[in-house]
Design a protein. Structure first.
Length: 155
């Protein structure tokens, strides 16, 4: 499996650790950023979304302070379904129900007063990667509707 990954400065430290760990099992294409100097998250979300859209990679991982900015940018690309993940359950559901091909991960928010740790993030990614898309018709029907909306609105 080939994975594209990128972050802004807020996700820099977590991304570096993820690249190192994921590279033990997968081909990982790291699109940066390459320091903790302030940068603009759209510049990096575009790189991952384009790689997934062109099928240069199988899926993408994006990290920023909340995961939300990255997901907004990635979802501007036809064929990209980016979702924010913040728990084991959302990691499973964004794959199983939403067929997400780009996972967006927060790096600076607290969850129930707990800092997001590398172990949490790595676990979310592993759950997402190992969870199959549902074969249930209700989920397939919803994804087909999303594809139709995309077809109507991306010209």
């Amino acid at each position: 499996m080939k994975i594209a990954i990128a972050s802004d400065h807020a996700g820099y430290v977590l991304r570096k650790k993820l690249v190192e760990k994921l590279s033990e099992e997968y081909v990982v294409i790291d699109f940066g950023c390459f320091s903790e100097d302030s940068c603009d998250y759209p510049d990096y979300a575009v790189k991952v979304a384009e790689a997934v859209q062109k099928k240069d990679v199988d899926c993408g991982i994006l990290l920023c302070a909340t995961g939300i900015g990255m997901s907004i940018v990635a979802n501007k690309f036809k064929g990209i379904r980016a979702g924010v993940c913040f728990s084991d359950e959302t990691a499973r559901l964004i794959s199983e129900h939403n067929f997400v091909n780009v996972i967006c991960i927060p790096s600076r928010i607290k969850l129930c007063d707990k800092e997001i740790s590398f172990d949490m993030v790595y676990n979310w990614v592993k759950i997402w990667l190992s969870t199959a898309n549902s074969n249930e018709q209700r989920h397939i029907r919803r994804i087909e509707k999303i594809s139709l909306i995309e077809k109507q609105n991306f010209r």
